[in-house]
Design a protein. Structure first.
Length: 230
């Protein structure tokens, strides 16, 4: 069962088919469950949190990092763990609606949605094309460009120099699929439900799922994540 999820692309294919069928054939339930503060957004936060913990466990298990005998060797993997923790917190505005606390006045004035988070702060949201541009760049680099670069020996050596955790190729569809799904149903597909932001939430969920599998693969094969033998 573990090999089914970790060594093959089957689950990513199943995931993409599921969300395509859902939006095409059951748009009412799709729109209802995939809004902000509903099921999928909360699940996305859980996925990012699991990824954060898994990256830490990977750092602890990897003999490749230990043999590097350098604190800097852990920088990349711990940075990913911190980033995933931030993603989890930002996804649910750090539990603002769960714990029912208000937004400080200063933050409320500069936050586009009046929420306790960073990504909706006006300058953060608008700089460089907005938060979704950052997400797109991260999806394509992490999930497509870097794995393809690592197929070549020079690319592999480059990532090993920085001890960068590279996504296994068979998880690529999570990232490429999330990008294309968002582009089609948000930017290109003229459907009324896109005004409800549901496909955007789904895209973030698929990205979170991909990051969770990326990190869990490190727990499963901690050295392989750094392009070294386990």
């Amino acid at each position: 069962m573990v090999k089914f999820f970790m060594d093959k692309p089957y689950f990513s294919i199943i995931t993409m088919l599921f969300f395509i069928i859902w939006i095409e054939f059951f748009p009412v339930s799709y729109t209802f469950y995939n809004q902000e503060d509903r099921l999928l957004e909360n699940l996305s936060a859980v996925l990012f949190f699991i990824a954060s913990v898994a990256f830490v466990i990977t750092a602890m298990k990897s003999s490749y990092l230990k043999e590097a005998n350098s604190k800097l060797a852990y920088f990349m993997i711990i940075s990913w763990a911190i980033l995933m923790f931030v993603f989890a917190g930002e996804e649910i505005s750090w539990g603002q609606r769960i714990f029912d606390f208000g937004t400080p006045d200063g933050l409320n004035e500069i936050n586009l949605q009046g929420e306790f988070n960073i990504h909706n702060i006006d300058i953060v949201d608008q700089f460089g094309g907005g938060k979704y541009r950052y997400l797109t760049i991260m999806m394509l680099l992490t999930g497509v460009v870097f794995p393809l670069m690592a197929l070549h020996e020079k690319g592999k050596q480059f990532f090993q120099i920085f001890k960068y955790p590279v996504l296994p190729m068979h998880f690529m569809l999570f990232f490429l699929g999330a990008y294309l799904y968002g582009k089609w149903y948000v930017a290109w597909f003229p459907a009324d439900l896109t005004d409800m932001n549901a496909p955007t939430e789904v895209r973030e969920f698929i990205f979170g799922l991909g990051m969770m599998f990326h990190a869990l693969y490190g727990v499963y094969k901690p050295n392989a994540l750094f392009l070294a033998e386990d």
